[in-house]
Design a protein around this ligand. Sequence first.
Ligand code: KE4
Length: 428
Amino acid sequence: MRSSAESQALFEKAQQWIPGGVNSPVRAFRAVGGNPFFAVRASGATVWDSDDNEYIDYVGTWGPAILGHAPRVVVEAVQNAAEHGTSFGIPNPLEVRMAELVVNAVPSVEKVRMCNSGTEATMSAIRLARGFTKRNKIIKFEGCYHGHVDSLLVKAGSGALTLGQPDSAGVPPEFTSQTIVLPFNDVEAVRGAFADHGPDIAGIILEPVPANAGLYLPREGYLEFLREITAEHESLLVFDEVMTGFRLGLAGAQGRFGITPDLSCFGKVIGGGLPVGAFGGRSEIMDCLAPDGPVYQAGTLSGNPLAMAAGVAVLEALRDGAVYEKIDALAQALSDGLAKAAKAAGVAVQLQRIGSMSCCYFANAPVHNMAEAMQSDRDRFGKYFHGMLEEGVYIAPSQFEAGFVSAAHDEAAIEKTVAAAGKVMKSL
Ligand code: KE4
């Protein structure tokens, strides 16, 4: 049994001064029971807690750690940037380099604006969609999570779904009255919404690969359908690629599926672990943003030099594509190994994966939307989570999250993880 005395003591203290003892709800282990451990160090594919337990990490700080934790290129870039000042609030060369890297990597993005979180990126993107189209309604999908934006906290995924609060308190009905929520992967539902509200729909925002209710894929032709119907109605297609952007390839999910959205939101990977969000798209849309246009959006620390230094270092390390080949292959081996372990243990699982992102649903049938994800056996998942933790493997503390493989993982780590799963699954 690993010791947790230090983490327990820290959690006691944290709960006195921080709501729930955490600065983001999903970290509280509420979905899996028990108390969170406190991380004190992370390097490569490993995280150490305050009781000196070590874990192979498949959360990767919820996506940013695509190169692994504390890669030298990022640490040195941030150290060097810090020597020259930690924030200017004045345009700086690193912002230009970041914008150039994003525009060169994502064909649909002609201009990009930096901000400080994925939430800011999606909030700004839907404001921009409304300002550009002069329409009010936004379509989102059940189970998709776009950060804690008031008007999008409706049947949201991730921590909201995990905690059973897909519709948050504190959001007046007026704030969500312009939000249309539909089941994902349901063509007729979208057709019906446009039939009823077409002229007032500013856009559709979606995770092209929903990964905040576990991970499920768009059905064949679904993204193409959304592209066509939004173009037909002069609504905007907004891809929330906060998680998939620069994770599923340099051009993210839109590159994998060959879809050209009107706006894209980014975060996580482009910050290299520092607080960064971004949104971008066609110049004619982006030029509606202040100071050129009437749609206001701003941020004291947007384009912060430390965050830009970290993000630029990561994007430059990804440019030759070699990382993607490695992490996709390792993730394939992981999913194959977990599936074999489950079969040997007689445990029903659905291993769903794209690139280096995956989810192990404890379910009897494949998952294509939130309703089906909700059929998964969360109790069994909780037991699996804690069993893996005891074996030194840290996966997301919720069935409704995705897992990530980084460039710092290797075959030995995958083999250790699969062996641990083989042992744990036999006990479920
Ligand atoms: P942030 O505001 O947390 O930087 O990004 C919000 C967001 C937007 N869009 C997508 C597709 C996202 O996945 C997220 C945030 N992801 C969650 C994990 N699934 C963050 C973890 C947390 O809330 O602590």
